[in-house]
Design a binder for this molecule. Structure first.
Ligand code: SAH
Ligand code: SF4
Ligand code: F3S
Length: 427
């Protein structure tokens, strides 16, 4: 069967699509990049916010006409929304197959049948032994954990992805080595809370030390770090290991202690500021990015201002800003004082504006400095320029050709647009 796969949501879903591609290809099916050629269309979905679900449902509705032209065509929904909605999707949207996040190994068998739903959870499933089909030629996501145990009160992830489990360290090491040998030299380790990685006697900092010794790769990053579990040992390893990039993604969520407590985040703003301080002392030029939310139930104007103040104080390089979206069955959905939609939207705008100014300043501050760029592609704007990322996770362009893709180049930053650094080459 020719299958086409469309991915929504976080990096975990991108990695899972690579896993699913590998599972289906091993069973003899063929991945196609053109939806018109597909005999099976797979939507890998996200449930984190209502908007994410509506987007996919909209996409499914627009692609469904294909089934009237070609009655043989099958549509599968996999991922977090498949897990959450299960057979409701079949009844309401005419989907053929629904497969949850722990059941991907059963996909080849399921698609032999006319229709089917597989959404049982399996808190032990880690898909060890399957080598994902990496889609990028330069960068790789490597899953090191699945699931989440934190139950932040707004979040659907622990319900759809099940309990936290860590993959065997030796398999992670092997996979990272394999990626490097294939030319994927920029590695991002994935887990909902990588700081709680634990396999036998190997914790996350120990895993990083071992990965740093792999010759075939250039760079290591990881997402996501939870502030409650970020240890001094991790900061030490980051400072000492040449391949670990000077960048951390550390979701703040809110700058108000009462809201943080209601979110069940298990840290205070003071704790967060203390970590930022330690990171910046230990690792010069450390870039910090974050996720922040506004409109959590009970968020007053004062509480929201605490978040803006924290953003001013911390000066994040970048922030993914969200407005709270109520998710069925999560604790926050049943809290009193839900914030009206128009206030959420208005606060989100203020938050995004503030961050835009801060990011602009952060990028401009790089002008004149030397950066190392891992070249990932040709620049979209010029045939003589290539584009890639700096160690501190900023997009940069400099002169180059097709041959430079997958290599490290040095540049001096000469200008910034607020989301791209323009560089001149340095040899
Ligand atoms: N495990 C990661 C990623 C979780 S989802 C972490 O803890 O950071 C990514 C981001 O989506 C979260 O950091 C949060 O800011 C946002 N998010 C999660 N649930 C949400 C909800 N119900 N409404 C709005 N944003 C949400
Ligand atoms: Fe959701 Fe919190 Fe787990 Fe992140 S740590 S996935 S926000 S429950
Ligand atoms: Fe990721 Fe969305 Fe699932 S953020 S874990 S794809 S709910």
């Amino acid at each position: 069967m020719k299958f086409y796969i469309e991915t929504y949501g976080c990096q975990m879903n991108i990695a899972d699509s690579e896993l699913v591609s590998s599972i289906l290809m091993e069973a003899g099916h063929q991945l196609v990049s053109n939806i018109d050629e597909a005999e099976l269309i797979i939507f890998n979905t996200c449930s984190v916010r209502e908007h994410a679900e509506n987007r996919v449902l909209g996409r499914i509705a627009t692609e469904k006409y294909r089934k009237t032209i070609n009655p043989e065509l099958k549509i599968a929904v996999i991922g977090c929304m498949a897990q959450r909605m299960g057979k409701r999707l079949i009844e309401n949207y005419g989907i053929d197959y629904i497969v949850g996040v722990d059941k991907y190994l059963e996909l080849p068998e399921l698609i032999q049948q006319e229709k089917g739903v597989k959404t049982e959870t399996d808190n032990l499933q880690t898909y060890t032994g399957i080598m994902p089909l990496h889609q990028s030629q330069t960068c790789a996501y490597v899953t090191i954990m699945r699931g989440c145990n934190n139950f932040c009160s707004y979040c659907i992830v622990p319900y759809v992805r099940g309990r936290e489990r860590s993959l065997p360290a030796e398999l992670i090491l092997e996979e990272v080595k394999r990626c490097g040998e294939m030319g994927l030299k920029d590695i991002t380790l994935l887990g909902q809370n990588v700081n709680s990685y634990s396999y036998q006697d190997i914790n996350f900092p120990k895993l990083l030390r071992q990965l740093n010794d792999i010759d075939s790769i250039y760079r290591i990053r990881f997402i996501t770090s939870h502030p409650k579990d970020l240890s001094d040992e991790l900061i030490e390893v980051m400072a000492e290991s040449s391949k670990i990039c000077e960048h951390i993604h550390l979701p703040l969520q809110s700058g108000d202690n009462d809201i943080l407590a209601a979110m069940n985040r298990n840290y205070t703003i003071e704790h967060y500021l203390n970590i930022v301080d330690k990171l910046r002392k230990a690792i010069p030029d450390m870039a910090i990015t974050t996720d922040i939310m506004t409109g959590f139930p009970g968020e007053s104007e004062t509480a929201f201002n605490h978040t803006l103040q924290a953003m001013q104080e911390i000066q994040f390089d970048y922030a993914f800003c969200f407005k709270y979206s109520s998710r069925e069955n999560t604790k926050a959905a049943y809290l009193p004082d839900q914030v009206p939609e128009e206030i959420r939207l208005e606060r989100l705008k203020r938050m995004v504006n503030l961050q835009r100014q801060i990011s602009l300043k952060k990028y401009e501050a790089k002008i004149g400095s030397e950066v190392e760029v891992y070249v990932e592609s040709m620049s979209k704007k010029s045939a003589h320029q290539v584009s890639g990322k700096t160690r501190d996770f900023k997009i940069a362009v400099l002169d180059g050709t097709e041959q430079d893709i997958g290599t490290l180049k040095k540049g001096i930053v000469t200008g910034s647009t607020g989301n791209t650094l323009q560089c001149v080459n340095r040899s």
